[in-house]
Design a binder for this molecule. Structure first.
Ligand code: NAD
Ligand code: UDP
Length: 386
């Protein structure tokens, strides 16, 4: 497994130590798994939670000698610099990154995505350590096309909607639309990292994920997360399907997204890790331009796939419209369309996503059903106190 591995230029890959901050989250858990199963590297896994990587940490696990969990909050823990110094590469995934928080907890969102990331950048720069930082596709905000009249033929022109790392502008709404607090904080940390590269020689790579989805994403409210919590769309719709409730379409579900399977996306990250000469100094879109749907179409597809994997019939009324104000509260706004341009990642790393939306929903909803259906049934059949 670990021996004889070569990079894209045919050079042997040396085992490295990786400080992964946010390793206990959705992306972190898949990246830890991939590194344990397919690469020889060691991981210093930093997070406040470890439930999603417990299976790798158990004493009986075969990976015990290559992954070490460090429970710490990077906001206020002096051990962080030591861990970064011990590593060859730092990957920063830690963030508040659920839209329901952006307009309701804008301060926490800005602190988490900008202020808390500052020491990570500083320690990497001062100690000449490589950094892979997770940003977001949301950095592009709205497309140019969103501002054109609905019937304008220019809306069909890729120049008006295709999102390119080195050309597209970042278009956010007004300050009172606090939805953009996250995108704006991520933009500023990207600019700071880029400037550290330009002025102080920091070796960095910035990743802009475009709606990565798959098993272990977020939580099911009331089962493994707060009952009133609002996760990202995959978990919201999974929760509705598990509870046999209509899926809620925010503002009619007209926004468009491209979804990429987590396992495809993790392949791209592994290529970045093991090909520093090709990845350093670059910002990469990582998404699947072929998997575009409106949120309404996503709801319809998930309903159909869930019926197939669970064997349960669909509801007569599978969706219901809800206003964004009702669903997210004041200050919500939305990205209209997100199609990643793939030129740079293709050229530098030769990466392409493989999994169709139908296939990725089938494997993900099979996991959701297997993991949660019993627990949801138990929770919903409890007698209500009178
Ligand atoms: P996630 O919420 O599942 O994981 C983030 C992890 O960071 C969590 O386990 C959390 O406990 C940890 N964390 C947060 N603050 C911390 C702190 N102060 N100290 C220690 N740990 C802390 O989210 P994810 O989907 O895995 O996203 C990872 C990164 O990718 C984030 O930076 C996010 O902005 C970015 N991103 C993800 C997507 C996606 O499609 N999943 C899209 C755009 C951007
Ligand atoms: N959305 C929805 N119903 C839900 C949850 C989300 O219609 O129950 C919409 C949301 O308004 C957005 C899209 O789905 O247009 C994707 O939301 P997600 O939370 O995944 O985050 P985003 O892609 O906006 O970062």
């Amino acid at each position: 497994m670990a021996t004889g591995r070569v990079d894209l230029d045919g050079n042997p890959i040396k085992p490295m130590t990786i400080c992964m901050i946010g390793a206990g989250g959705f992306i972190g858990s898949h990246l830890c798994e991939k590194l344990m199963e397919e690469a020889p590297h060691k991981v210093l896994a930093v997070d406040v939670y470890n439930d999603k990587i417990k299976h790798l940490l158990e004493p009986s696990s075969q990976w015990g000698d290559r992954i070490q969990f460090h429970r710490l909050n990077i906001k206020n823990d002096s051990r962080l610099e030591g861990l970064i110094r011990m590593a060859d590469l730092t990957i920063n995934l830690a963030a508040i990154c659920t839209p329901a928080d952006y307009n309701t907890r804008p301060l926490d969102t800005i602190y988490s995505n900008f202020i808390d990331a500052l020491p990570v950048v500083k320690y990497c720069s001062e100690n000449s350590k490589r950094l892979i930082h997770f940003s977001t596709c949301e950095i592009y905000g709205k497309t140019i096309g969103a501002f054109l009249p609905k019937d304008s033929p220019l809306r069909q022109d890729p120049n008006c909607f295709l999102l390119k790392e080195d050309e597209s502008p970042c278009i956010f709404g007004p300050i009172e639309k606090q939805r953009w607090s996250y995108a704006c904080a991520k933009q500023l940390i990207e600019r700071l990292i880029y400037a550290e590269g330009a002025e102080n020689g920091l070796e960095f790579t910035i990743v802009r994920p475009f709606n990565w989805i798959g098993p272990r994403m977020d939580f099911i409210p009331g089962i493994d997360g707060p009952s009133e919590g609002v996760p990202r769309v995959l978990a919201c719709f999974s929760n509705n399907l598990l509870r046999r409730e209509p899926l809620k379409l925010v503002d009619g579900g007209q926004s468009q997204r491209t979804f990429v399977y987590i396992k495809d996306a993790i392949e791209a990250v592994l290529l970045m890790i093991e090909n520093p000469a090709r990845a350093n100094g670059h910002i990469f879109n990582v998404g699947n331009p072929n998997n575009e749907v409106t949120v309404r179409q996503l709801a319809e597809m998930m309903t159909q796939v869930y019926a197939k994997v669970s064997g349960e019939s669909s509801l007569d009324t599978p969706t219901v419209d809800v206003s964004s104000k009702e669903f997210y509260g004041e200050g919500y706004d939305d990205s209209d369309k997100r199609i990643p341009d793939m030129t740079i990642i293709n050229r530098q790393l030769g990466w392409n996503p493989k999994t169709s939306l139908f296939d990725l929903l089938e494997s993900t909803l099979t996991y959701q059903h297997r993991t949660y259906a019993e627990a949801v049934k138990k929770a919903t059949s409890k007698p209500v106190a009178s």
